[in-house]
Design a protein around this ligand. Structure first.
Ligand code: IMP
Ligand code: ZN
Length: 337
């Protein structure tokens, strides 16, 4: 079997994916037809022109999210979008998905309704797509301010009473150039004290001081970890903080010059816990298989490396011990049967 096919069939674990960034162009166009009418070619043109773009700046990337947000502002749109995203990951043989999304108030839904619709839909998907296990990391958008963040965490803590099986932790994301990490430490500590894991976007842009503060504060996983000074990297290594590497996202946004120069290489060869993730598979027109294929080709990974990476992703996931056992069994069966 050729290595690409092998990777496509491999049971995979996705730990860093944002819901509204994971809508494929096809899904955006389908949802756009429902929202704006069959004959709205202008919307289709905008979606396709984004898909064709090979390079963005981080700022340009953030301009794409409102297109998806406009289509997920109703319960029906959100439900359809989420089902499409889960289906797409399932079709790519992702067996475990920690999906992130920012609970938001829209013109049609309260923040509570947004979150409830997400839970309802994940439960519905578990019968439609039984081969994928989906968990949620509600996101704090650091560009929306501390009051918004507090409200989100308090809603999530309330939701733990009925959805503790689905909520695995909190993500801190949003435009990394906006807001200050210090503003969020109090509310993130509250989340942590309530047994929620923390997956924080960290060192996505060059801001050593903030990265240092974040690493000192601590986190269960680091999103990106691109701009790490050697001092900060040493802290991440001492603390054994797993780093979620999103190759295509970083290269297309220009925060990493090329695949060859991606920090994945040094992290992996120094045996630091590292995972491959998509970030926004729709925005960057990728899949988790594609990310593995790129890593395999660029860094000349062998099957043993693919197995190590897959099992490491299970280890650093926020799944329960039993869920981890199930995943490891599937992965080992694929590699050794
Ligand atoms: P949503 O939370 O489901 O609406 O997914 C889109 C949101 O994820 C964006 O509005 C950002 O707040 C966040 N996001 C997606 N990709 C990135 C990234 O690379 N860095 C930081 N935040 C991101
Ligand atoms: Zn991200």
């Amino acid at each position: 079997m050729d290595i690409g096919q092998f990777i496509k069939g491999m049971p995979k674990v996705e730990l860093h994916a944002h819901l509204n960034g994971s809508l494929s162009t096809k899904t955006l166009i389908e949802l756009g037809k429902l929202e704006y009418g069959e004959s709205n070619n202008e919307f289709q043109r905008i979606c396709e022109s984004f898909q064709q773009k090979q390079e963005f700046t981080l700022e340009e990337c953030f301009k794409k999210f409102p297109i998806a947000h406009a289509l997920t502002k109703t319960k029906d749109g959100l439900r359809r979008a989420l089902l499409s995203v889960i289906r797409d990951f399932a079709l790519d043989n992702v067996v475990y998905l920690e999906l992130r999304t920012t609970p938001k108030t829209t013109t049609k839904m309260s923040k509570t309704e947004y979150l409830e619709t997400v839970f309802e839909t994940i439960r519905l998907a578990s019968s439609m797509y039984p081969d994928i296990c989906v968990k949620l990391l509600p996101s704090i958008d650091r560009s929306k301010g501390i009051e918004f963040a507090k409200d989100t965490v308090h809603l999530v803590l309330k939701a733990l009473k009925t959805h503790a099986d689905l909520i695995k932790g909190i993500d801190l994301s949003g435009n990394p150039a906006s807001g200050s990490f210090n503003d969020y430490t109090k509310i993130l500590s509250e989340a942590r004290n309530n047994n929620l894991k923390l997956a924080l976007h960290c060192a996505e842009i060059d801001n050593d001081g903030e990265t240092y503060e974040m690493l000192q504060f601590g986190m269960d996983r680091c999103g990106h970890g691109t701009y790490m000074s050697s001092q900060n990297l040493n802290i991440a290594k001492e603390k054994q903080i797993p780093i979620e590497c999103c190759l295509t996202s970083n290269v297309k946004c220009g925060t990493v010059k090329s695949y060859q120069e991606h920090h994945f290489k040094n992290l992996y060869s120094s045996k630091h816990p590292v995972v491959l993730c998509t970030d926004d598979s729709g925005v960057f027109d990728t899949t988790l298989s594609e990310e593995f294929i790129i890593a395999q080709k660029t860094f000349d990974l062998k099957k043993k490396d693919l197995e190590v990476l897959s099992l490491r992703a299970v280890d650093v996931s926020f799944a329960s011990p039993l869920e981890k056992e199930v995943m490891k069994t599937k992965i080992c069966k694929y590699f050794y049967d």
